[in-house]
Design a protein around this ligand. Structure first.
Ligand code: VG1
Ligand code: CO
Length: 543
């Protein structure tokens, strides 16, 4: 096997964001762009010679091309073997499961997750470490450093391999195993959930569901697990993964998964609805005429985990990202377990999960997961809910209402202003920060501010520090407004405003969240001059 060394020059801006490096496809298609980043990953790692790498992606445009390039580079750099999903497909949680099961050195996941795909869409790449989770900041920082002065990458000259045929082949001298994308993952799910009981629920005739795969990666997983193994019937919508996601935006929220939302809010709606995103790590949970916020979903899961076989021994603790509502904190308190608050991004949960400090974790951005892998996991969350529904024999709405009656309701909403001018968005954040000293004690529209800060985090396991993770404004009644700029977008800036208010009074739990939060929405605009800086009258997406 002859290794070729290719001269190259650094590209600006190869800095991984909240979850890997995401750019427009046209940027990734530039000569050496992907190669530079992949070589920088390899250069940042130590002692991987002869070891196993896992490789797969969400099937979006450029996935297959990128996989062949990376296979050749992995061979040239000395990996012992690569496990690659059939057709180049592995959902993000499945990749995590494969890394763990095979004790691989790490994995490369090709995905821009919920960002649109196709020749005019986005592409992305991230590195996961041997625990199956996203590389922590010290690794992504090292990769970025290397991208800034890289001058050569290594590859081999050889024919592409057939990604569609299962089995072992060679890329140069390196064995490549094309594995079934679903099997390992489906087997893991069977160890966690009561498949018999969920099967009975579907067989009862009184229960049905709809699952929207949004033409993204979860189609084959949902068909294999929900339809084939659990006998749910023909329930998967948009189940064929397409390179451009059918020109859709594979983001399971009330705006982009409208087809599913209309079904659940329509006549003859099924009892349960769910959707997943581009790479299968997000989930949206719906009942008949009812939407479960991801923050509430995490809280309900924690409160009901004892009903699910994989968690019947109890959960060690929970963690949530800072902007996620405190609904799960209330459950943790009642259970007498620890609750951790981390910065946004799944990489911050890894240490807590590895150390056994937490079992469940979640983010307000439709992400929930557990210690079964080290990524958030869309279908896992769907199965978790199905297991709860099968045991409790109640509707989603009944479960949610009883939960609020017991713990109180954290009214919650996120307003996204997508693709706004980046400089204006930065000014908005800077001006907010400049007000920090004068805000505490100030009363705005009848609400007294008690604190204003930019969230920082010290990892309790390795003591690493992460600064400036989002601006928090806290009020005397416990309400909160959080301002953050997205770290996954590729065009302009996306401003996220997270709003939360606790309500103990059961009589007020049926209020619409936007109504219940109207005062805070108004205050957010006043404090940050949102309309002025975004030049928008309304958010692009309200969740
Ligand atoms: C968003 C979410 C964050 C999530 C990240 C990756 O990041 O807010 O909670 O972890 O996406 O999810 P940001 O920086 O745009 O707010 V995924 O499904 O896109 O990998
Ligand atoms: Co995702």
């Amino acid at each position: 096997m002859e290794i070729i060394k290719v001269q190259t020059q650094p590209f600006n801006g190869q800095k991984p964001g909240t979850s890997g490096l995401r750019k427009q496809v046209s940027i990734f298609q530039q000569a050496h762009y992907l190669e530079n980043f992949v070589q920088s990953i390899f250069n940042a790692l130590e002692d991987f010679q002869g070891k196993t790498l896992v490789l797969g992606g969400d099937g979006r445009y450029h996935n297959r091309t990128a996989i062949q390039i990376i296979l050749k580079m992995a061979a040239a750099n000395g990996f012992g073997r690569v496990l690659v999903g059939q057709g180049g497909i592995l959902s993000t949680p499945a990749a995590s499961a494969v890394i763990r099961k095979n004790k691989a050195f790490g994995g490369i996941i090709l995905s821009a997750s919920h960002n649109p795909g196709g020749p005019d869409g986005d592409f992305g790449i991230k590195y996961n470490i041997s625990n199956g989770g996203p590389a922590p900041e010290k690794v992504t920082d090292a990769i970025y450093q290397i991208t800034q002065d890289i001058s050569v990458y290594q590859s081999i000259e050889t024919a592409d391999i057939d990604l569609d045929r299962l089995g072992s082949v060679k890329m140069g001298d390196m064995p490549v195993e094309v594995i079934d994308s679903v099997t390992d993952y489906a087997e893991l799910m069977e160890t966690l959930f009561d498949f018999e009981r969920i099967k009975q629920l579907f067989n009862s005739g009184a229960f049905s569901m709809a699952f929207d795969a949004m033409h993204a990666v979860t189609g084959p997983y949902a068909k294999a697990i929900l339809e084939d193994r659990l006998g749910a019937g023909n329930i998967v919508l948009n189940g064929e993964p397409l390179e451009d996601f059918g020109k859709g935006h594979p983001d399971p929220n009330l705006t982009y998964a409208k087809e599913l939302v209309d079904i659940l809010y329509g006549t003859n709606a099924p009892q349960f609805g769910a959707a997943s995103d581009g790479d299968g790590d997000r989930n949206m949970i719906l009942g008949q005429g009812c939407f479960v916020t991801p923050s509430d979903s995490l809280a309900v899961m924690a409160a009901n985990a004892h009903l699910v076989p994989g968690y019947s021994q109890g959960i060690a603790g929970v963690a949530r990202s800072m902007p996620t509502s405190a609904a799960v904190d209330r459950v943790a308190k009642q259970l007498g377990i620890a609750c951790y608050e981390t910065p946004t991004g799944w990489k911050f949960f890894g240490n807590l999960l590895d150390a056994g400090k937490v079992t469940l974790c979640g983010e307000e951005s439709f992400g929930t997961g557990s210690d079964h892998v080290r990524e958030k996991d869309g279908l896992w969350a769907v199965l978790f809910w199905l297991n709860i529904l099968a045991v409790r024999q109640q509707s989603v709405q009944q479960i949610l209402k009883q939960h609020w009656a017991q713990y109180g309701r954290n009214f919650y909403s996120r307003h996204d202003y997508e693709n706004v001018d980046a400089a204006q968005a930065k000014t908005l954040m800077d001006e907010l920060e400049a007000q920090f000293d004068s805000l505490p004690g100030k009363t705005i529209s009848g609400a007294r501010i008690t604190f204003a800060d930019n969230f920082s985090y010290t990892d309790p396991v390795d003591n690493s520090r992460s600064e400036k993770q989002g601006i928090r404004i806290g009020f005397a009644d416990g309400s909160r407004i959080v301002f953050r700029l997205s770290g996954t977008g590729t065009a302009g800036a996306t401003l996220r405003i997270y709003l939360e208010r606790f309500e103990a009074n059961t009589d007020l739990h049926d209020l619409d969240a936007q109504e219940a939060l109207a005062d805070l929405i108004q205050i957010a605009d006043e404090l940050a001059k949102v309309k002025h800086y975004t030049k928008r009258e309304q958010p692009s997406v309200i969740t």
